[in-house]
Design a protein around this ligand. Sequence first.
Ligand code: GLY
Length: 395
Amino acid sequence: MIRKLPLTLIGTLLFSATVFSQHKTPLLTLIDTALNNAIRQYKYLATQVPQGVMPKTYYPVKKLETSSTSWWTSGFYPGSLLYLYEYSKDPAVKEEALQRLALLEKEQYNKGTHDLGFMMYCSYGNANRLLHDKKYEEIMVNSARSLSTRFNATVGSIRSWDSKAWKWPVIIDNMMNLELLFWATRHTGDSSFYKIAVTHANTTIKNHYRKDYSSWHVIDYDVNTGNVLAKKTAQGFADSSAWARGQSWGLYGFTVMYRETKDKKYLAQAMHIADFLLGHPNLPADKIPYWDYNSVDIPATYRDVSAACVEASALIELSRYAGARGAAYLSAAEKILGVLATRTYTAAPQQIGGFILKHSVGNIPGNSEIDVPLTYADYYYIEAMMRYKALKAKK
Ligand code: GLY
């Protein structure tokens, strides 16, 4: 397992906080530069990705890695292109988005994954929001139906993996798939999707969260009784640790829960998670977290830019609901966006295969995707920038 970072890189990453503090350019200007850079990068990436597949990551030696549409990250590339189209109205960006979107259509019937929210809402959700097509609506309703088949009322959760290594595993990441269900109830009037989302979220609060509002990664359940069998990690440093991306998934997920239900319990949960993350003694000065808040290798270990991107996007939304705490959440998101725009984290033109951001990790215990670009880091970065622009345009 490669958990430790080369010493030369540690210096570069520690230096990034200094680079940020020297910024004089207003954040909105930095964001416009970053979005225009993202469009150029993704136009280059489009020339590198073979037909029929989706980009996944890029390794210095093995180069571009792609996936089929059944992989959980398949919606992020078309979703990012759609945000970039929304920003630029560039027809070439739209064309690439629509071509890749068409590949995903068959996944609406995929009942073998809990990740349909990621796959179909980040892609078709944005397509429908921007282009309003009945066909997209039908695909999303079918996707919500497929996702709902994985719900078990005794456990009160949507099942994550089908692997035989677990009985009924539920991972914190699954909070991200509930937004699709809320959309489906709004669209169809069928409240069963809404009820599944609320039940899943309540079970998650009960069993995934510790007293300090950090979250376990995986809870394994007895499907006959709903009892918890084990509290584990798969991608974190230890069962008892706070795996960074998992914490960001939870923050984002409970912010969506409050938006969709207006139940103050979810707002409180999201704010407690935000306060845990932003007050953590192991959070670096530039607010780009290490891959696990409790890694014993800190500071000689990897950052996870993807965790920072998800967190920034969630904090921008949460800042609108959080009353007096809102300013602190927005300020943290601003710092993250400013630092991501520096060369420490933003790739130079046509570098790293055309991805936008460097230094994410997928799965360190699995020895895969370590210190690489990831489509979901790029997606939530672009989303965060778009959310920030929209927020500022309203004021
Ligand atoms: N949902 C998988 C991950 O965050 O790596």
